[in-house]
Design a protein around this ligand. Structure first.
Ligand code: FAD
Length: 277
């Protein structure tokens, strides 16, 4: 089975690898060996495969954390302790050969079919949203008119796990100049020793989203928006009739946000689960 899969795959070279959060998270960039472009829609995923010492050839799905307008193909990946693939993947050095399948998937703005998108991600579930927001930014920079409004909520345990934070805060700072993008990140463990400060929210991201839309939160949970972010102003950005929720990452977060989305009148709900509950 794994040999048959490998035979169907193309190859790409690892051209960039940046690890952070103590080596448990990484941004990896690949360049197809034959120099061809990978054509895909922002938000799609591909399958990456490697030979591992313990388990033979292992392939796993990964959302593309970049724009189709980027020259290389980018991934935001978490190291899963004792995982079958990620320990080998994280050990790869520049120049290593990866195997990949043609990108697929329907986690796209086209599928969302709305102009206001509330994006909610846990951990590396941010990946497809980086693709969407960076693509919209590039089009904005090129002067292409767009009526998208994006509100991105990113949750992690610790504040040093917010990959792409500087890039996303940079886009959010352009809001006054017509790029309609809002970024809120929140740490469920607000530890200053791990980079938390008042610019970061507090609490699980699904509960932060519930808080914004005045939906119930389990008793005793601590939830706060980043300093200077006004709850009512954030909620007012969302007209339910023209809004879709897109949720990605932990299946528990994805399940938990279905009800509040429905309660506020949003019926377009897209999901990309990274594993099964
Ligand atoms: C459509 C799709 C897109 C995906 N995109 C990404 C991505 O962009 N980045 C990414 O890091 N992962 C992504 N994943 C998860 C990825 O496919 C692997 O499951 C993950 O890398 C673990 O592989 P492994 O062989 O090391 O672990 P395995 O031995 O397969 O262990 C799987 C277990 O690892 C845990 N796990 C899986 N993914 C994560 C994660 N992201 N963070 C924390 N724990 C996890 C779960 O408990 C799961 O049951 C995606 C999955 C799907 C289905």
């Amino acid at each position: 089975m794994s040999d048959a899969l490998k035979a169907k795959m193309q190859t790409a070279t690892l051209v960039s690898k940046e690890l952070f959060a103590g080596g448990r998270l990484g941004v990896f960039k690949l360049r197809p060996t034959k120099g061809e472009r990978w054509w895909y829609q922002a938000g799609q995923y591909t399958t990456l495969g490697l030979d591992t010492a313990e388990h033979g050839f292992i392939a796993r799905a990964y959302s593309i954390a970049g724009s189709p307008l980027d020259p290389d193909i980018e991934f935001f990946i978490a190291l899963v302790e004792n995982g079958k693939l990620t320990p080998t993947l994280f050990a790869q050095e520049l120049g290593a050969t990866f195997h990949f399948l043609k990108p697929v998937g329907k986690f796209t703005l086209r599928a969302a079919a709305k102009r206001t998108i509330v994006m909610a991600a846990t951990g590396t579930g941010l990946a497809p949203f980086v693709g969407h927001v960076r693509s919209l930014w590039k089009l904005h920079q090129a002067g292409v008119p767009s009526d998208y409004r994006i509100i991105l909520f990113h949750g992690a345990a610790y504040a040093d796990e917010f990959g792409y934070r500087a890039e996303l805060e940079g886009y959010a700072a352009e809001r006054a100049k017509g790029f309609d993008f809002t970024y809120v990140c929140s740490a469920s463990r607000p530890d200053p020793a791990r980079g938390w400060d008042a610019r970061t929210g507090t609490g699980r991201i699904n509960e932060v989203v519930r808080h914004v839309f005045a939906q119930p939160i389990p008793a005793g949970r601590q939830v706060a928006l980043p300093a200077g972010v006004d709850r009512a102003a954030l909620a007012a950005l969302v007209d339910p009739a023209r809004t879709a929720f897109m949720t990605c990452g932990n299946p528990g977060m994805i399940e938990d946000l279905k009800e509040p989305a429905k309660a506020i009148g949003v019926d377009a709900y897209l999901m990309e689960e990274f594993w099964k509950a």
